[in-house]
Design a protein around this ligand. Sequence first.
Ligand code: TYD
Ligand code: MG
Length: 454
Amino acid sequence: MAKTKTAYVCNDCGAEFPRWQGQCTECGAWNTISEFKITAPSNSRSARNAGYAGAVQAQVQTLDKIDLQDVPRFSSGFKEFDRVLGGGIVPGSAILIGGSPGAGKSTLLLQTMCLLANQMNALYITGEESLQQVAMRAKRLGLPTDRLRMLAETSVETICSLAQQEKPGIMVIDSIQVMHVADVQSAPGSVSQVRETAAYLTRFAKQHHVAIFMVGHVTKDGTLAGPKVLEHCIDCSIMLEGSTDSRFRTLRGTKNRFGAVNELGVFGMTGHGLKEVSNPSAIFLNRAEEMSSGSVVMVIWEGTRPLLVEIQALVDYSQLANPRRVAVGLEQNRLAMLLAVLHRHGGLQMGDQDVFVNVVGGVKVAETSADLALLLALVSSFKNQALEQDLVVFGEVGLSGEIRPVPSGQERLKEAVKHGFKRAIVPIANAPKEGIEGMKIIGVKTLAEALEAI
Ligand code: TYD
Ligand code: MG
């Protein structure tokens, strides 16, 4: 007889408690604890014994003796997707694809699977849409449909036993929130179901060498349901981001056992599904002919490549007692800090002004290299003077008004030259001594020098 044990799990950090409480004592979050029913295997002793018996047959070996030929990665068919995965799909890996509804998760995976089905046995499990809906979409997108195996099912046990017969090399579960494991009593989509489902599928992936993509929806605050609960059992977690009213979608890894995180893949949503964008700088830089005040182009570093994006600022006299400070795509605190630096070391007082800044194209910048560009955008808007069309800027700004170097200066400058920029204001340590052909580089040490340069 299977025994059920009730535990209480924090959705944020995954800590377990014997009884419900309002605040998680591990991470301090409020109202994140929910009930979790665990069913212990009925004949646990014999199962454990079997486990030990199996373990005796396994052998210990040194790291260098492990055959690496076993795990060649295979391509998803999209270079951008492969890049985010760390160079391709690893057989037997469990990959979680998160995103808000309508981001294009199902579309991306359907496109990938239809193409991959030509080289391997591929199985697509849909729990959300009917088989007809998926078939209609594939037909509309003009995808090859004769090889992809389909299944509409939500029971994880049934899926896995069918998959055992089918022996797919790759499998998609769309989505993890509608799947359920019989042993767990709570409703599909609850923390306990999602956690058990992910663990079950991950075990299956490892045992049978199937790469499994699981689709996960994000909650209102932009996190995957029980993110920390899931993160320890899967191999990669990837987010597909982008608002439904923008054409562009970005794919970003948040955890990856097989490669670096923070790689960015860029896609465009077209009438024929997702198309990869191999030159993202070109799309984020789609600018008007005439430069207006408050707009500056900067070079940021995304994963392993430079990206040119435009940053805009609007500084205007405020009617409010507390002028507004709004930053979209940048950190609010960073903006406050830079305004203080500008006041102290640049002599520009914006205390009675509303300040809005925005990174064009919905790009999110977490890098300090955007500091100098942001400052110059603020100054340009404040003085209502447009900067030159062919100017790029990057550099970190310190609290004492000094301009600090950033990593990969040369590559950033080269990317800017490639896109036709002819002038650059950069930290002096980032300015190459021999110069770069076709570009006038102004190296600056302090904020005052940078203001002088524009
Ligand atoms: P979908 O892939 O179903 O999103 P998810 O599975 O992440 O919830 O849908 C993506 C959205 O993209 C949908 O709202 C319609 C749109 N879309 C296009 O613009 N072009 C297309 O070719 C397709 C298939 C979808
Ligand atoms: Mg979907």
